[in-house]
Design a protein around this ligand. Structure first.
Ligand SMILES: NC(=O)c1ccc[n+]([C@@H]2O[C@H](COP(=O)([O-])OP(=O)(O)OC[C@H]3O[C@@H](n4cnc5c(N)ncnc54)[C@H](O)[C@@H]3O)[C@@H](O)[C@H]2O)c1
Length: 419
């Protein structure tokens, strides 16, 4: 019998997965956002993860009506797992998605969570909701699974079809079945984890490890800045050692690296263990906007008219969620600078709606800035020539290159600074 799959949540993670699986299976995509479903029906993916031509050709059906999922055998949940204003995990989207699924699942259903969580959320938080609503028993009537998502938005190399997919389930048979299902989209590049909790933990430490490594780079970059030493010069030398781990300093934003460690920290605290390194890493990374604003201000010693290049949380994506460039802009304003912002990838309406920023539409001579801040290494900025800078930056103006974008040949005729 043909396997029918439902994907719940069609964002950065859910949509590419749904499109990839729809090459081998009947796939129904469900999302609560009317706006999202409408744009997908029109063949447009605002996240730019799936090309218009591929989306239009796909057999994927999308709907805001949960009943469209009736009859599916496997349900894959890819809803957000954010933190609230106090950095406490917000499991509400998972609660709501599980409540919806509780009404739909039947005997034999498999419910797989892909959202990043701390160990225990699938079996101890989502499972009971599904059981209560459906009246069925997890592990007996229906089965839970977990398969962490590792995609990296904007990365066209490590796509969902090319990365190893970790899967786990309540029983070995179900885990095998999931490995087969996911294996169809990535040439059987799957790994069956020992347990659901092990798979949940694996994902959250992958991102926490990255956060801590970046925090170390941020800390040493601040120490070296006080020594008038560029961390990049240091890294060039240190990374010639075979086992040196090369990360680079910067703002850590977005909804994964800067969020997931709080999930692990919360689980740790609930067990009475104070997670010192995890939270120290978070604190250092959270402090970087202020530290960078201080370093730049000390360098010039007076308020400047600045243009920040890049607002999204990382390069070449339109995603503005939890971008830390806003912290930097506000920190610069607090220190007396006048700040404009430009971003070729961000949606101007979203920038205005979320942060009340009017993005500079084009870079012209009319805006003669005292300094520019390279905040996000979008491709457009990486290709800037001297002449490009001359279009919007005063002669001898400042280039604050926070991501070492132009470090190998700093534009001539300007003051250049990087960490
Ligand atoms: N984006 C990434 O880089 C990435 C990578 C790996 C893992 N993850 C994890 O994957 C999960 C999803 O992240 P994302 O970036 O795709 O989020 P997203 O915000 O891009 O997409 C989530 C989608 O779920 C929908 N949704 C919310 N509640 C729903 C509900 N109750 N029922 C149905 N749909 C609902 C939203 O409307 C939205 O379209 C998160 O846990 C995230 O941590 C994300």
């Amino acid at each position: 019998m043909e396997t029918k799959i439902a994907i719940i949540g069609l964002g950065y993670v859910g949509l590419p997965l749904a499109v990839a699986l729809s090459k081998s299976y009947t796939v129904i995509g469900y999302d609560i956002s009317e706006h999202r479903v409408r744009e997908l029906k029109e063949g447009h993916d605002r996240t730019r993860e799936v090309d218009e031509a591929i989306l239009k050709k796909s057999t994927l059906q999308v709907s805001t009506d949960p009943s469209a999922m009736l009859g599916a055998d496997v349900f894959i949940v890819t809803v957000p797992t954010p933190v609230d204003a106090t950095n406490t995990p917000d499991l509400d989207p998972l609660r709501k998605a599980s409540t919806t699924l509780g009404e739909i699942l039947t005997k034999g259903s498999i419910i797989v969570y892909e959202s990043t969580v701390y160990p225990g959320v699938t079996e101890d938080f989502c499972g009971p909701i599904l059981e209560n609503i459906s009246g069925l028993k997890a592990g007996k009537d229906f089965f839970l699974g977990y398969s962490p998502e590792r995609i990296n938005p904007g990365d066209k190399i490590h796509t969902v079809e090319k990365i190893t997919k970790v899967v786990a389930a309540q029983t070995p048979d179900v885990a095998q079945k999931l490995a087969q299902i996911y294996g169809k989209m990535n040439n059987n590049n799957t790994f069956i984890a020992k347990s659901i909790k092990a798979a949940e933990a694996a994902k959250v430490i992958e991102n926490t490890q990255r956060d801590i490594n970046i925090a170390f780079m941020n800390e040493i970059s601040l120490i070296f800045a006080k020594m008038n030493l560029s961390i990049h010069d240091v890294l060039d030398a240190a990374s010639t050692k075979w086992n040196f781990l090369k990360f680079t300093p910067g703002l850590v934003g977005g909804h994964c690296i800067g969020v997931d460690p709080y999930y692990l920290a919360q689980a740790s605290k609930a067990l009475g263990h104070e997670p010192q390194m995890i939270l120290a890493g978070r604190a250092i990374n959270e402090s970087m906007a202020n530290e960078l604003a201080d370093l730049m201000t000390q360098r010039v010693g007076r308020p400047l008219r600045l243009l920040v290049l890049g607002l999204t949380f990382k390069e070449n994506v339109p995603d503005l969620r939890n971008t830390k460039v806003t912290d930097l802009i506000e920190a610069l304003k607090k220190r007396g600078h006048q700040v404009d912002v430009h971003d070729p990838c961000a949606d101007a309406e979203e920038a205005s709606k979320f942060f009340n920023y009017s993005l500079v539409p084009v870079l012209t001579l009319d805006n003669h800035y005292d300094g520019v801040v390279g905040a996000v290494p979008h491709d457009l900025y990486c290709q800037f020539s001297n002449a490009d800078f001359g279009r919007f930056l005063k002669p001898q103006g400042w280039i604050f290159d926070l991501k070492a974008i132009w470090r190998t040949s700093p534009p001539a005729g300007f003051n250049y600074w990087t960490l």
